[in-house]
Design a protein. Structure first.
Length: 270
């Protein structure tokens, strides 16, 4: 596990998580899958204070797709519990700025969009449990292919709260049946980063018409001796924010996450 120290160009020693955030500040805009192994990655949702309580309630009602691991004070871009130096405005590879339910911009920082009434939510990400899967020798197809994990809107409805309602988004990883069983056992130990899968096999039964055409991320092959395994996904807030058509919100771009200083090994509950 790569949790040791590296150095910046100035010679300063930093953890791999800080190095990843420094890379983001310098313009890195690629998938964070497999980056800063050992450290927790998070989905991001930033909303005006007037919508924050409803969104917080939505997350409480839907902990599988929306497990909160951090939350900022109003107008504060820092969340010290996730990283002393962490800055929500610069430390994600790419953002999505939403206006009235539509993506209006996809910048690599949101300094120009930050406001004093914004509240940031950081939600657990399945990239954290992928480390545990790989440690057990289970292959992760999208990492092998160096693409973003495929994600799909489903017909599984979330519990509504205020203006926020809509279907769960899931991420998919293909496994041979025996490996799928092991993947269920492993990820059950990580409820704060989506936990066990919500569905195995038969994509059509959860509203996915074409497994080769994800709504977010990139397609990956599912071999004849494999089944698709689906986990609740932290992109769900993007779907409900779009459906709510609130005037303004900011999220991460799917697959391009916030890397925190929390360590994955501390998330296991069993």
């Amino acid at each position: 596990m790569n949790v040791g120290l590296t150095r910046t160009e100035q010679g300063e020693q930093v953890t791999p998580s800080l190095k990843a955030r420094l890379d983001c500040r310098a313009g890195m805009a690629s998938s964070t899958a497999g980056i800063a192994n050992g450290y927790v990655q998070g989905n991001l949702a930033i909303l005006p204070e007037k919508f924050a309580s409803s969104f917080h309630r939505f997350c409480q009602l839907n902990p599988k797709p929306c497990p909160i691991i951090g939350m900022s004070d109003v107008g504060n871009p820092k969340i010290p519990a996730l990283g002393i130096d962490l800055d929500i405005r610069t430390d994600v590879p790419r953002y999505r700025v939403w206006r009235d339910g539509e993506v209006a911009d996809e910048p690599t920082d949101i300094m120009a969009h930050w406001r004093d009434d914004l509240v940031a939510f950081v939600l657990g990400c399945s990239f954290s449990f992928e480390e545990a899967l790989m440690a057990e020798g289970l292959p992760i197809r999208h990492i092998e292919h160096k693409v973003r994990v495929p994600m799909y809107r489903t017909n599984i409805q979330c519990q509504p709260a205020g203006p926020f309602a809509g279907p769960m988004v899931v991420s998919m990883r293909p496994f041979k049946p025996a490996d799928a069983i092991r993947a269920v056992q492993i990820t059950t130990r990580f409820p704060s980063v989506h936990g066990a899968p919500v569905h195995l096999g038969h994509p059509h039964s959860i509203g996915i018409a074409d497994i080769s055409g994800p709504d977010y991320g990139d397609p990956v092959p599912v071999e004849a001796d494999e089944i698709p395994v689906f986990w609740a996904c932290g992109v769900t807030p993007q779907s409900v924010i779009a459906a709510a058509k609130i005037p303004f919100a900011i999220t991460h771009a799917p697959g391009l996450m916030l890397i925190t200083d929390l360590q994955n090994k501390h998330l296991a509950v069993l």
